[in-house]
Design a protein around this ligand. Structure first.
Ligand SMILES: Nc1nc2c(ncn2[C@@H]2O[C@H](COP(=O)(O)OP(=O)(O)OP(=O)(O)O)[C@@H](O)[C@H]2O)c(=O)[nH]1
Ligand SMILES: [Mg+2]
Length: 335
C-alpha cells in the first residue's frame, strides 16, 4: 500500500514519516505532496500568534481539547497543531515544554501535534509550514492550529496561511502597545487577552480597545497592500473582531474563544470570504515557491565572484543598485 493511501487512512506512523520527508524537502516528500494535494481544502486553518509567553500554547491546547470535546450539539473534530518556532535554535526547551503541556491530549488518536524548528530562512519556514499543513489537511484533520511567535514578518506569513487568525496578548507583553499595533490591525480576526488573572489586565484591555477604536475611525484610509493581495483588515465588513479575556491555564473563557472561532468559520463561508482567503493563500504559496526557485536558478547560473565584484562596485558607489541588478541579471549596464 502506498504511503499516501496509508496517510489518507489515518495511519499515524505513515503520517509522521511523510511529515518528516516534507519538512526535509526531499524528493519523496514532494511526490507525496503532489499526490496528497487533491485531497486538501477541507480543513479550517487557524493561526495563533502574539507576543512571546503570552499563553499561545496553553490556549491552543485548551482549544484543541474543546474541539475534541465540544459543547452539546457540536461534532468533535480531528485536530492537528503545528507549532512553528521561528525564533531560535534554542527551541528544544520550548518544544519539550509544549509536549509536556499537551499531555491532556496525549493518547487521543485524533490529535496530532508537530513542532517545527527553524532551519534556513523565514521564507523557507513559511513554505515548509504550508506543506506540513497540506499533509494534515489531506490526512483528514479538520481543524489545524498553526502557532507561531509574533515576530513581524512571520505574523504576516501566517496570515496568508490561515483562514482565521487569533492574536493572543497578555498583560505585560501588551505594554508595548505601539509595537504590536501594526501586526494586530493587519491580521487579527479574534483578539484574546490572556492571563486575565493578572492585576494589569484592565490596562492592557483599555490599550488594545483604543487601538481598535482608532482603527475604526481610520478605516476609510485602510488600503490593500500594493500587490493587491489584500490582508484581512481590522475593520472587516460583516465581522466584528471580538476581544476576549481568558485565563488559559484554568480554561476560563476558552469556550468563548471556541465559539468565536466556529462563528468566524461560518462567517467566512457565508460571505465568500473563505474563497477569497483560499485564493490569497494558494497564490501566496505559489509566489513564494516561484521566488525561491528563481533565485536558486539564478544563483546556480552566476558565479559568486561576479556577484562579489558587482557588490564591491555598488558599495564604492560606482554603480547604483538598479545598475547592479541589470549587470547581475542581464550581464549589462543600463546607462
Ligand atoms: N497566570 C497565568 N499564566 C498563564 C496563563 N496562560 C499561560 N500562562 C503561563 O504563561 C507561561 C507561558 O505560556 P505558554 O502557553 O507557553 O505561552 P506561549 O505564548 O506559547 O509562549 P512561547 O511559545 O514561548 O511564545 C507558562 O508558564 C504558562 O503556564 C494564564 O492565563 N494566567
Ligand atoms: Mg508556545
Amino acid at each position: 500500500m502506498s504511503m499516501v493511501t496509508s496517510v489518507r487512512e489515518g495511519n499515524r506512523l505513515a503520517l509522521a514519516r511523510v511529515l518528516t520527508q516534507v519538512e526535509n524537502a526531499t524528493d519523496e516528500g514532494r511526490a507525496c505532496l503532489n499526490d496528497l494535494f487533491p485531497y486538501t481544502g477541507n480543513a479550517h486553518l487557524i493561526g495563533i500568534t502574539g507576543s512571546p509567553g503570552s499563553g499561545k500554547s496553553t490556549l491552543v491546547n485548551k482549544l484543541a481539547y474543546m474541539f475534541r470535546h465540544p459543547p452539546e450539539g457540536d461534532r468533535p473534530r480531528r485536530v492537528a497543531v503545528v507549532a512553528v518556532d521561528p525564533t531560535s535554535p534554542f527551541s528544544g526547551g520550548a518544544i519539550l515544554g509544549d509536549r509536556i503541556r499537551m499531555r491532556d491530549l496525549a493518547g487521543d488518536a485524533d490529535v496530532f501535534i508537530r513542532s517545527m524548528a527553524t532551519r534556513g530562512s523565514l521564507g523557507g519556514l513559511a513554505a515548509r509550514t504550508a506543506d506540513v499543513v497540506q499533509v494534515f489537511d489531506a490526512a483528514g484533520y479538520e481543524v489545524i492550529f498553526i502557532e507561531t511567535v509574533g515576530a513581524g514578518q512571520t505574523e504576516v506569513d501566517i496570515a496568508r496561511l490561515a483562514h482565521t487568525i487569533i492574536v493572543v496578548e497578555s498583560p505585560g507583553s501588551g505594554d508595548d502597545v505601539q509595537a504590536i499595533k501594526a501586526g494586530i490591525l493587519e491580521i487579527a480576526d479574534i483578539l484574546v487577552i490572556n492571563k486575565a488573572d493578572h492585576p494589569m489586565v484592565e490596562n492592557t484591555e483599555r490599550a488594545l480597545r483604543s487601538i481598535f477604536d482608532l482603527a475604526l475611525l481610520d478605516s476609510s484610509h485602510h488600503h490593500p497592500d500594493e500587490e493587491s493581495l489584500e490582508y484581512p483588515s481590522a475593520t472587516k465588513k460583516g465581522w466584528q473582531i471580538p476581544i476576549l479575556k481568558t485565563i488559559a491555564t484554568e480554561g476560563v473563557g476558552v469556550e468563548l474563544v471556541y465559539q468565536a472561532v466556529t462563528q468566524h468559520a461560518q462567517y467566512l463561508k457565508q460571505s465568500r470570504e473563505w474563497l477569497r482567503r483560499e485564493q490569497i493563500r494558494l497564490q501566496s504559496i505559489l509566489d513564494t515557491l516561484l521566488q525561491h526557485e528563481l533565485v536558486e536558478r539564478w544563483r546556480k547560473s552566476t558565479s559568486s565572484e561576479i556577484y562579489q565584484n558587482v557588490l564591491k562596485e555598488l558599495i564604492s558607489r560606482r554603480i547604483s543598485p538598479y545598475q547592479a541588478l541589470q549587470i547581475l541579471i542581464n550581464g549589462v549596464t543600463n546607462d
